[in-house]
Design a protein around this ligand. Structure first.
Ligand SMILES: Cc1ncc(COP(=O)(O)O)c(C=O)c1O
Length: 474
C-alpha cells in the first residue's frame, strides 16, 4: 500500500493525505483516492487541484497518469476543468453527509431562563485581560515550555499559585507540593481511581454534588454521609465512623447549603485526621474567593498541611470551561499522585497554564475576583431584596458567600415548584438531587438558586419568574 503525503495540494496551502491503496493501475489508484477525498469532503467544492506536473512529482507518478486521472474525474463530474484556471473540485461534488441523528441521551432543550447553580456569569469572562496575559506569557516562556510537559504542571504556575493561595486563602505550601490538574473533578478521579490513595469508605457531606458522588461510586468507593446543619458538616461524628480514612469537605462554604464550617468542627476534622495513621481530609475550596459580608474563611489546610489535600480550580472564579485546577498535597503524597497522573495523559495544556500563571502574577486575577465579588454581591442583594418583598415567608440562607443561595420551601412543595418554574421557562433545581441517598439527617425542601448564571439582560426576568412561581403566603 502506498501512503503518500502531498504537501501543497490546495491553493489555500492545506495538506492533503492521499492513500493510493488497493489494486489496479497507478492511474486507477490515484483516481480512486481523489474521488474518495472529494466524496468525503476532504477536498471541498471549489478547491483548486495542483497542476499535473507538481502532483506527479509529489507522488512519483508520470505527468500523464495525473492528467488521465483528472480527465476521468472531470468526465464523472467530480472535478471541473477551466481553460486557464486549471482543475478544481466541482461546486457540488461532495456527497451530502447526512446529519447524525441526535443521540437518545441528548438533553431536551433547556428553558430560556436559568437559575441553576454551577457556573459563574459566562458573560463576564475577562477576555481582554486573559488574552493579554496569554500573549505576555507566551512571549516570555522558554522554548522548553513547549517540550514534553512536567506532570506537576508548569513551574511558573505552581509558583504563582503558592503565592496566591498563601496570601488569599491561608494555604501553607511551596510550589513543589502543588500538582496542576484539569479541575476538581479530575483531581477526584485521580485520587479515587485504581492505585489512588482513597480506598474503602470515604466520609462526605450529606448534601453535595451528585456528580462528585458518582465519581467516587464509579471508582468503587463507598460514601458515608455526614449530616449537615447551619454550622456545616458534623465532623464531630467522624471519630465514631468505622473504617473511614478520608473525608471530603467544603469548609469555606458548604455545598450547597451555604454555611462555613464552624471553627470547632474544623478543629474536630483535623483532630480526627491526626488521630489515625494514613487519615486525610480533602478540602474542596471551590468558591473560597467569593465571600461578601465578612473576612474570607481561610483554608483548613493551613491548620495541618500534612493531613489535608487542598483542591481548587478556576471554575467559579473564571470559567469551568478553562479546566485548570490544583492539588496542594501533603509532602508524602506528591510522588504517588504524580505517578497517578501518568505520562502524556489528559493534563491541562501548557498555554492555559502559562496564561494563568501570568494572570495571577500580574494581579489580573485579583482585579477580576474583586470585580466579580462586587458583581455577585449586587446580584445577591437584588435577589435577597426581591425575596424579602415578594416572598417574605420563605427563608433564604447561604448568602454570605459563593454564587448561589438556598431558599427554604414549605414541606412537600419542592418538586412542584421546580416543575412550575420549568413550565414558565425557568430552570431551577431543588435540594433533593444534592442529598446523599443514604442520608438519615433532616431533609428539607428548598431551591438552590444560582444567581451568577443568567446573563445580565435576563437576570431581572429570571428573578421575576422565580417569585411568580413560589408558593404564596400560607
Ligand atoms: C462543590 C463543587 N466543587 C468543585 C467544583 C469545581 O469543579 P471543577 O473544578 O471540576 O469544575 C464545583 C463547581 O464549580 C463545585 O460546585
Amino acid at each position: 500500500m502506498a501512503e503518500i503525503r502531498v504537501n501543497s495540494l490546495s491553493v489555500a496551502g492545506a495538506d492533503l493525505h492521499l492513500e493510493l491503496s488497493g489494486g489496479g493501475s497507478r492511474r486507477a489508484r490515484l483516481t480512486r483516492a481523489l474521488r474518495e477525498a472529494v466524496r468525503e469532503g476532504r477536498l471541498a467544492p471549489g478547491t483548486r487541484l495542483p497542476p499535473y506536473r507538481s502532483l506527479a512529482t509529489d507522488l512519483g507518478l508520470a505527468r500523464n497518469t495525473v492528467a488521465e486521472a483528472y480527465a476521468e474525474l472531470v468526465a464523472e463530474g467530480w472535478l471541473v476543468a477551466r481553460q486557464g484556471s486549471g482543475t478544481s473540485v466541482a461546486p457540488r461534488a461532495a456527497a451530502r453527509v447526512p446529519r447524525p441523528r441526535p443521540a437518545r441521551s441528548v438533553p431536551a432543550p433547556r428553558p430560556a431562563l436559568s437559575l441553576v447553580q454551577g457556573q459563574p456569569d459566562a458573560g463576564s469572562f475577562p477576555r481582554a485581560a486573559w488574552a493579554a496575559a496569554a500573549r505576555r506569557a507566551l512571549n516570555a516562556a522558554p522554548n522548553e515550555a513547549f517540550g514534553p510537559g512536567d506532570p506537576r504542571g508548569r513551574v511558573e504556575l505552581r509558583r504563582a499559585l503558592a503565592d496566591y493561595l498563601g496570601r488569599a486563602r491561608g494555604v501553607r505550601t511551596d510550589p513543589e507540593r502543588i500538582v496542576v490538574c484539569a479541575g476538581f473533578a479530575h483531581a477526584l478521579r485521580l485520587l479515587s481511581g485504581g492505585n489512588g490513595p482513597l480506598r474503602g469508605t470515604l466520609a462526605v457531606e450529606a448534601y453535595g454534588l451528585p456528580f462528585h458522588r458518582g465519581i467516587l461510586a464509579g471508582a468503587g468507593l463507598r460514601t458515608l454521609p455526614l449530616p449537615v446543619d447551619e454550622h456545616g458538616a458534623r465532623t464531630d461524628l467522624l471519630a465514631g465512623a468505622k473504617d473511614v480514612r478520608a473525608a471530603l469537605l467544603t469548609p469555606a462554604h458548604q455545598f450547597p447549603t451555604g454555611g462555613p464550617l464552624d471553627p470547632r468542627r474544623r478543629a474536630a476534622a483535623v483532630d480526627w485526621a491526626r488521630a489515625g495513621s494514613g487519615r486525610i481530609l480533602l478540602e474542596d475550596d471551590y468558591d473560597g474567593e467569593f465571600r461578601y459580608d465578612r473576612q474570607p474563611v481561610g483554608a483548613v489546610q493551613g491548620l495541618d498541611p500534612e493531613r489535608v489535600v487542598y483542591l481548587g480550580s478556576v471554575s467559579k472564579s473564571l470559567s469551568p470551561a478553562v479546566r485548570v485546577g490544583w492539588m496542594v498535597l501533603p509532602g508524602h503524597m506528591v510522588d504517588d499522585v504524580l505517578a497517578l497522573k501518568g505520562e502524556r495523559e489528559a493534563w491541562t495544556g501548557v498555554t492555559d497554564q502559562l496564561a494563568l500563571a501570568d494572570f495571577l502574577g500580574s494581579g489580573a486575577y485579583d482585579r477580576h475576583v474583586r470585580r466579580m465579588r462586587q458583581h455577585y454581591r449586587d446580584r445577591r442583594d437584588r435577589l435577597v431584596a426581591l425575596l424579602a418583598e415578594r416572598a417574605p415567608h420563605l427563608g433564604v440562607s447561604g448568602i454570605a458567600a459563593g454564587l448561589h443561595a438556598v431558599l427554604r420551601l414549605p414541606h412537600g412543595t419542592e418538586e412542584s415548584v421546580v416543575r412550575a418554574a420549568a413550565r414558565r421557562g425557568l430552570s431551577l433545581e431543588g435540594l433533593a438531587p444534592y442529598r446523599h441517598p443514604e442520608s438519615t439527617g433532616e431533609a428539607y425542601d428548598g431551591l438552590v438558586i444560582g444567581y451568577a448564571t443568567p446573563p445580565d439582560h435576563a437576570f431581572a426576568s429570571a428573578l421575576d419568574t422565580l417569585c411568580r412561581t413560589l408558593p404564596a403566603l400560607p
